[in-house]
Design a protein around this ligand. Sequence first.
Ligand code: SF4
Ligand code: SF4
Length: 313
Amino acid sequence: MDGIVGGAIGPRFRDPLWTADGRPRASVAPDALTTLWFNTGTLCNLACGHCYIESSPRNDALVHLTAEEVGRFLDEAVHEAPDLREVGFTGGEPFVNRDLTAMLADALGRGLDALVLTNATRPLTVHRAAITELAARFGARLGFRVSLDHFNSARHEAERGPGTFAWALEGLRWLSGTGARVAVAGRLAFGQNEEELRRGYAAMFAEQCLSLDADDPRQLVLFPEMDGSAAVPEIAESCWDLLGVRPQAMMCASSRMVVRRRGADRAEVMACTLIADDERFRCGTSLAEARRRVWLSHPHCSRFCVLGNAKCG
Ligand code: SF4
Ligand code: SF4
């Protein structure tokens, strides 16, 4: 029994419209699209144990997007998404994609803000001249969020490999001097609570002469863990009020992510940055098609968004 019919009992997170115990599944209606993410490709120079999208130097399940493909979506946004404010670039490591700085110049030149999620290691250094130029032109409208799993190098490198902490710090210091907007992404993990982690990062920022405020959640973003093996409850439509959570606070209400699969002849749109490989979250090949309701049928919806209270990818 697959739990397809309301009232039936079936496996959890299987049916798109009904929970396993037969209740209407929670869904999110589309609001104005304000943030558009581009997954520039799953290739990465690192292969972190906790990478949710399993990036590595060999994983090209999502191939590199081109600047031309990004431009096509930004052209469409002029009519289909007039409220678009920010364009985000994630991966893999976005700087492995040689077109990244051209994509940034395009987005920023159209008056949009841009944000790059980066590990700030070797691929970034190759693009220093272009980044310097973009930061001089666009200042804080260009943003970078550097992944530093923990303020302690041994803990960071246990996930990312030897030498990665010093490399990322060097990249972070360099970016901070360009005039671009800079933030750090850490993890709510390692058996420490948020307050302990923020104090640890604050001490490290001071030691490294980085003018980042560890108490500002925009400058130090701490993400809850996505433990895929932990069981989580499904979210039914009736749960919103019980939990005191608004559907429109979910990022799939106001954002989408563009990807291109290996072997596909064109890029397509996914409902959010967290789910790249589930058919049910594919939203077509244009922003017009992607303007549709999203049913929360993936464990990440419960674990990370509704119960984990996360707001960005
Ligand atoms: S640096 Fe980021 S994208 Fe690359 S493997 Fe690590 S977590 Fe994944
Ligand atoms: S994981 Fe979060 S953002 Fe993505 S579809 Fe589910 S609720 Fe929406």
